[in-house]
Design a protein. Structure first.
Length: 69
């Protein structure tokens, strides 16, 4: 049975499907997303693993659209 790649190819970060918009305020704020049903498979043992993933993001104030790298 072939092993799937550990890190599959990700889509281009500048994909037209990603919508950007101006930050609504200059006041600091935090966007938080919690996924409490995260599951994965251990690459070493093949056993299932379960957990919670929390992503917190604080956008820069006063910007419009994407930030150039």
């Amino acid at each position: 049975m072939p092993n799937p790649p550990l890190f599959p190819t990700l889509p281009n970060a500048r994909s037209p499907q990603l919508e950007t918009f101006p930050t609504p305020t200059d006041a600091p704020f935090v966007v938080e997303h919690v996924c409490d049903e995260f599951t994965s498979v251990c690459p070493k043992t093949g056993h299932p693993d379960f957990g919670t993933v929390t992503v917190r993001f604080q956008p820069r104030g006063g910007r419009t659209g994407p930030v150039a790298a």
